[in-house]
Design a protein around this ligand. Structure first.
Ligand SMILES: Nc1ncnc2c1ncn2[C@@H]1O[C@H](COP(=O)(O)OP(=O)(O)OP(=O)(O)O)[C@@H](O)[C@H]1O
Length: 527
């Protein structure tokens, strides 16, 4: 017995299919499948048939050619139906979930690559097999033939290749009359779901692509940082407040390929004792009020990752000695603990202070200075790369517009010129705040220079506090007047903001700068 696949073309007329069927049965050829396609006034019939000797293919073709209005009969390799099935199979095989379908008798009608891998059986052996006979432990797909189906059910599958855990969703397949004609099951591997949950719960990693700017000064720095990323020595980031030191540290970590986390710590934000226990952790019962089981320090938390020590200049001298020991020995001992643990952590430090001068004044240990200054990267201030102002402003506008749901805004050339002429003491953080204010104030699509203003000049007097008259101010020195003005601005912003950090952000200064100013100006902060 031979199988033959044919493509038969002719004029579309009533009875052509019947003529073909008769010609086939007259010659005892058995039709296995037939598909008719009508194109304009033509009909194309695709069929697969079994022929039994003495009938041969040439004789069958000759017989078919005698049918009136047939224009062409030829042999083909693949039927359109097979092509469609192949295309669907390719799509299904490229889905990361396992998919399995059965007919109303429980025989497998469809199975994709992932499901085949899980079942450990090649496709040919599965299609048409009864699922009951396969004895898959825990499979509930057959329940869908008589019941309603199920969603995200935990399923344990024990196969020759081992144990697999899934979340399974099963649904009955119904025909147009609502009769159950089969069932389909989708299997999501639990390991993959856990990986996904972990990935989405992680903060988005900043990469060098997120560092906006094309000035040669910035590009040079990025190129050095990229080279250093894959090495291990301590990197020391220098630059004024708001130049992007933390952004660089985070990008270096992302590019390093280190599997552990990026752990930033602001050394200026915590008092000495708290900073020590944050960094080194403590053993159980180390002090009154300590957790019974102890607490790991940030060196331990950053294991296999990166510890970013921001504002390193603010670390008190006593802690500097301890820090040096950890950097040298690469081992950490919790406060009150006896055991030393090895730490594999990449250290990145940052400061906007002049560490060399601090070292001369005895405020920063010389040995620690040399330990952390293996590679120094100086991030240029914004005023040294004014060509970056335009792209950065556009970047911030784009994000602001989409979060505020505004139509796209752009800067008028005069507004851009105003930005380029500013000295930017708060650097990129300040630029972002200026752009945010301008975007909110601008009613249309083009931001004009009058909507661009810089923080100090824009601050009205503190609410509830009468502005001091000119006569009062004439008695003050310039420094006193500046302090007075600064007090008003900061006090007002602290009242409006939820935290010191938020106030610092909106004023375009670093958290540390604001903390120092609050202390210097003797401002009270509500807790
Ligand atoms: N090149 C840049 N492209 C895009 N955003 C930037 C760039 N540089 C800085 N920023 C943004 O500006 C803000 C300040 O950056 P960052 O906190 O990294 O500065 P910093 O130098 O660490 O500041 P500080 O010294 O005050 O801690 C952040 O919101 C950061 O995302």
């Amino acid at each position: 017995m031979n199988s033959v696949k044919l493509q038969i073309s002719g004029t579309d007329r009533v009875g052509i299919v019947a003529n073909i069927a008769t010609a086939m049965s007259d010659r005892r050829a058995n039709i296995l499948s037939m598909e008719v396609e009508v194109v304009g006034d033509r009909a194309i019939v695709y069929l697969e048939a079994q022929i039994t000797p003495p009938l041969d293919i040439a004789e069958l073709l000759a017989g078919l050619r005698t049918i009136p209005s047939l224009t062409e009969v030829s042999r083909i390799h693949t039927l359109p139906l097979e092509k469609r099935e192949k295309r669907v199979q390719i799509v299904l095989d490229n889905i990361s979930d396992g998919i399995l379908a059965v007919d109303e008798a429980g025989e497998i009608t469809m199975v994709n690559q992932v499901a085949r891998e899980i079942l450990g059986t090649p496709e040919k052996a599965l299609i048409g097999l009864s699922l009951r006979e396969l004895e898959l432990s825990g499979s509930r797909i057959l329940d869908c033939l008589t019941g309603p189906g199920y969603r995200q059910v935990n399923r344990d599958l024990i196969t020759e290749r081992g144990r697999f855990q899934f979340l399974a969703t099963g649904k009955p397949i119904r025909d147009s009359l609502g009769q159950v004609v089969g069932a389909v099951e989708i299997l999501k591997e639990l390991r993959e779901i856990k990986e996904m949950a972990h990935a989405v719960s992680q903060p988005l990693q900043v990469t060098f692509r997120e560092i906006i700017g094309s000035s040669p000064a910035l590009r040079d720095v990025i190129s050095i940082a990229q080279k250093l990323a894959r090495t291990d020595p301590v990197v020391s980031l220098r630059g004024e407040s708001g130049t992007g030191k933390e952004l660089f540290a985070s990008a270096i970590h992302a590019e390093s390929g280190r599997p552990g986390p990026f752990v930033p710590v602001n050394c200026a934000a915590l008092p000495e004792t708290l900073l020590e226990s944050e960094l080194f952790g403590y053993a159980g019962g180390a002090f009154t009020g300590a957790r019974r089981e102890g607490k790991p320090g940030l060196f331990e938390i950053a294991q296999d990752g990166t510890l970013f020590l921001d504002e390193i200049a603010e670390i008190p001298l006593t802690l500097q000695a301890k820090m040096l020991r950890v950097l040298q020995e690469r081992r950490v001992r919790r406060i009150g603990g006896t055991r030393e643990m090895p730490v594999n952590v990449r250290i990145i430090t940052a400061t906007n202070k002049n560490l060399e001068r601090m070292m001369d004044q005895g405020l920063f240990r010389e040995d620690l200075y040399y330990r952390i200054n293996v590679f120094q990267i100086q991030i240029p201030a914004l005023r040294e790369r004014i060509e970056d102002i335009g792209p950065l402003a556009e970047h911030f506008l784009f994000h602001l517009n989409s979060t505020l749901g505004k139509t796209a805004q752009r800067l008028a050339p005069a507004a851009l010129a105003k930005l380029a002429g500013h000295r930017w003491p708060g650097n990129i953080r300040e630029l972002r705040n200026v752009i945010e204010r301008a975007s909110i104030l601008c009613p249309g699509a083009v931001i004009e220079p009058e909507q661009v203003f810089f923080a100090a000049g824009a601050s009205p007097p503190l609410a509830g506090e009468a502005p001091r008259g000119d006569a009062d101010q004439l008695c003050d020195t310039l420094g006193q007047q500046v302090d007075q003005f600064e007090r008003q601005i900061i006090a007002q912003r602290l009242q409006l903001s939820g935290s010191i950090r938020e106030a610092a952000r909106s004023l375009g200064v670093s958290h540390t700068t604001l903390l120092n100013k609050i202390k210097k100006l003797g401002l009270a902060v509500a807790r």
